[in-house]
Design a protein. Structure first.
Length: 215
C-alpha cells in the first residue's frame, strides 16, 4: 500500500530527475554574496535604532552605564516580582550584587522542565543587530544553554553597546560558526487564527534588555 510519505518522496525524486543537471563540485559557479558589509553608525544613532526595533517587538529596554548594571538588573527583577532566578555558570556575579532574591546557577544536569520553577533568568549576549532588533546568544559561559533562555517566563538580557552592529552581515561576521546560536527578536509571540497576538508560547513572555551604553 502506498503511503503519503511514499507519494511525497516519489514526487521529490521525479522533480530531481527533471531538474537540470548540476555541475560537479569542482566546476560549480560561485554564488555571488554581495552583501552590504562594513556599515557603521555613531553610538547614539546605533542605540536609537536598536532601541526602536526592540520596543517595536514589545521588549522592555533599560539603557544604563556599566557602573549601574547591578542596580538596573535588580530594579527589573523587583518590578517583575522575580524572587527566584537562574543564571548561566559564567555570568558576572557582580551583576547580581544588588539583587536580594534566590539565585540558582544552571547546569546541564538540571532537566529542562525544572527550569519552569524559576521566575526569570539573567544572561549576557554575544552580539546584536540594530537594524532588526535581534540579539544573538552563542552558548558561551555567561549565556548558558538554550533551554535556560527559553523556559523561564522572564529573560533579562544584558547587551553591551559595543557588541551591537548595524546590520545582519556585520553581526553574523562576529559569531563563531561552530557555536550554537540562538536568535532573539523580542519576547516569544505568535498569533491565533484571528490574528490575536499571544505571548509566551515558545519562550519568555517578557524580554527586558539592559543596554550598557559605555561598554
Amino acid at each position: 500500500m502506498t503511503t503519503a510519505r511514499d507519494t511525497v518522496l516519489g514526487r521529490v525524486r521525479d522533480a530531481l530527475a527533471l531538474a537540470p543537471a548540476r555541475e560537479t563540485p569542482a566546476g560549480e559557479t560561485p554564488v555571488p554574496r554581495n552583501y552590504r558589509t562594513g556599515r557603521t553608525l555613531p553610538d547614539e544613532e546605533r542605540l536609537a535604532l536598536f532601541t526602536d526595533r526592540l520596543v517595536d517587538y514589545k521588549a522592555q529596554v533599560h539603557p544604563c552605564t556599566a557602573g549601574r548594571t547591578a542596580e538596573v538588573i535588580a530594579e527589573v527583577l523587583r518590578e517583575r516580582g522575580a524572587a527566584r532566578i537562574g543564571v548561566p555558570p559564567g555570568l558576572d556575579a557582580g551583576w547580581l550584587a544588588a539583587y536580594d532574591g534566590e539565585v540558582r546557577q544552571d547546569s546541564a544536569d538540571i532537566p529542562a522542565p525544572r527550569l519552569d520553577a524559576l521566575d526569570g533568568v539573567v544572561t549576557a549576549s554575544a552580539v546584536s543587530c540594530a537594524e532588526t532588533g535581534t540579539i544573538f546568544l552563542d552558548g558561551s559561559p555567561d549565556q548558558g544553554r538554550r533551554a535556560l533562555s527559553l523556559v523561564p517566563d522572564l529573560h533579562v538580557c544584558v547587551v553591551d553597546l559595543s557588541t551591537v552592529e548595524v546590520g545582519v552581515p556585520e553581526a553574523v561576521a562576529r559569531l563563531v560558526p561552530e557555536r550554537p546560536t540562538t536568535l532573539i527578536s523580542g519576547p516569544s509571540a505568535t498569533s491565533d487564527i484571528e490574528l490575536e497576538r499571544v505571548e509566551g508560547v515558545h519562550g519568555p513572555r517578557t524580554l527586558a534588555v539592559v543596554i550598557r551604553t559605555d561598554v
